[in-house]
Design a protein around this ligand. Sequence first.
Ligand code: FDA
Length: 390
Amino acid sequence: MEHVDTIILGAGAAGLFCAGFAAAKGASVLVVDHAKRPAEKVRISGGGRCNFTNLYAGAGNYISGNPHFAKSALARYTQWDFIDLLARHGITWHEKTLGQLFCDGKSAAIVEMLLAEARAAEIRLETTVDEIVHDGSSFRLTLSGRPVICRNLVVATGGKSIPKMGATGLGYQIAAQFGLPVTETRPGLVPLTFAPHELDWIAPLAGTAVEARVCANGTSFDEALLFTHRGLSGPAVLQISNYWREGDAITVDLLPSLNAFEVLKAARTENGRRQIQTALATLFPAKLAQALAEKFALTGNLADQSDKALQALAERLHGLTLKPTGSEGYRTAEVTLGGVDTDALSSKTMETRTVPGLYFIGEVVDVTGWLGGYNFQWAWASAAAAGRAI
Ligand code: FDA
């Protein structure tokens, strides 16, 4: 019978990072994954350059049933700690925007770094988790038909996003097996979809992007919005998808940094004979200006528009209300919202309160970050918390 001190389920961002900490103290660590290659999401993340952290990461950038839960782990393993680690491995980076840090080279460098840090651990790929039994003091796992016993079991199997990449939801099943609460899970950081009558004007704009403020349920994000064949995407929409619920409308301010009424009035004064659609084309890409003119049934030139008409148009440009019918779902979602209830875990160590030696880290936990490197920072921080405690 094989014995190890710690088994980590999932050789993703959190699992590999935790392995480095746990094995550094001399414990025997086995990392298990059913995938062919480790950390595939790290490899493909950030368009192949991995947005590995955010300069401004703090608990306020995360959604959780307990907004205070992430504070402890994030404070004890910060973005600066990860940046120091990259420097030790000679990995250079740059800030793209809004504190988002990307590798100068390929994200594979981060995977190599994670593997190097975890070199004292054994990583067993293409291995299935068939059964887990707990006898009160140790865990007996059946891994691809072979029994292995461990004292500590770390669940780092991620969420349900992108099943094609190996996401399974195993972590939630393990939580249920041990009687731990799991909050409702749903796709996050995901494009929103629309009914045919909205798609009629949205789909022809596929590929067009504008800076916008997108708002839902009292939260808003100022970032790029992208029109697609299925609806809306782009950073602003992915961000707001974390706050949107089925049945809610979203509000889009298409000119967040301008006063549309003043701009339109000034345009009328300057050249009243200009067509209203032409005036809109100075504010938006031509295709979008045309679509808006059609959607709002705008005709005539600027001089024909009363102050009241320009005011009404300005209000629509600043507060376009749209009702998504759904999202693209786990097929394209970057993350899974919800997960293992933080009430069941110690915020310092990520160990469960009721099953000594059982830990949950990374995306499987009910802590979900904004777009922009926050989710990897949670993976690193929660992994460090557990790895140091084991
Ligand atoms: P992760 O998903 O990384 O790892 C889980 C591991 O468990 C996987 O290796 C999987 O194969 C394994 N596993 C699952 N079920 C199993 C089972 N039944 N048996 C055995 N093994 C099993 N975040 C960010 O901060 N910056 C970014 O740039 C991006 N970019 C990005 C792009 C795309 C396309 C996606 C889908 C996601 C991102 N993210 C991101 C989110 C980020 O990838 C995510 O938050 C982390 O990878 C979560 O790390 P975990 O280790 O918790 O799960």
